[in-house]
Design a binder for this molecule. Structure first.
Ligand code: ADP
Ligand code: MN
Length: 177
């Protein structure tokens, strides 16, 4: 409540989950429905060079968490953001009013990630991440229990339902509540 009181532009929502669970698809639709500002951390890291180079082993940029947090501080203080990232433990706890963890059945996720071109250990590591609910655990350890919500994201209908319920939540959000 005290955090929220300074968020002039609306609540901040973190949308997290294993790669392929639908964060970007869901966040884009939610941004369109609510006029909140969608921040794709992976894109921001590339555009503004907020990384320490490419990690050949993990096949991704080595994100510089301090640079990312510095870059976002002012925006997050204003509020009205949807942050889209497959990790959640390095953002300041005070930034978020809601933390959404998307979850997908692992056979469905396997097909999605294969279609995206993931193979070998990159594919199996992400499937394991989903099976062991790594992001849900991380979210529960990093944020107050009552703001963390796990949502199923197996089908297009799930996306519609999740976007509708989150849109309702945004509509009823009040800085002083
Ligand atoms: P993320 O941002 O979490 O990596 P994306 O939103 O990019 O995931 O989705 C990955 C792929 O899976 C896209 O092709 C998207 O259309 C599809 N997808 C994501 N969520 C769902 C869902 N709930 N139902 C059907 N397809 C989905
Ligand atoms: Mn994405």
């Amino acid at each position: 409540a005290q955090n929220g009181s300074v968020r002039k532009r609306g609540p901040n929502i973190l949308v997290t989950g294993t790669p392929g669970t639908g964060k970007t698809t869901t966040s884009s639709a939610l941004a369109e429905a609510t006029q909140l500002h969608h921040i794709i951390i992976g894109d921001l890291v590339k555009e503004k060079n907020l990384h320490d180079g490419w990690d050949d082993e993990l096949d991704c940029y080595l994100i510089n968490e301090d640079l990312v947090c510095d870059e976002l501080e002012d925006l997050m203080e204003e509020g009205g953001n949807i942050v889209d990232y497959h990790g959640c433990d390095f953002f300041p706890e005070r930034w978020f009013d809601r933390v959404v963890v998307l979850q997908t059945d692992n056979t469905v996720l396997y097909d999605r990630l294969s279609r995206r071109g993931y193979t070998g250990s990159k594919l199996s590591n992400n499937i394991e991440c989903e099976i062991f609910q790594v992001l849900l655990q991380e979210a529960k350890e990093s944020y107050p229990e009552d703001i963390v919500v796990a949502l199923k994201s197996d089908t297009i209908e799930d996306i519609s339902r999740n976007v509708a319920s989150l849109t309702d939540w945004v509509g009823s959000w009040h800085p002083a509540s």
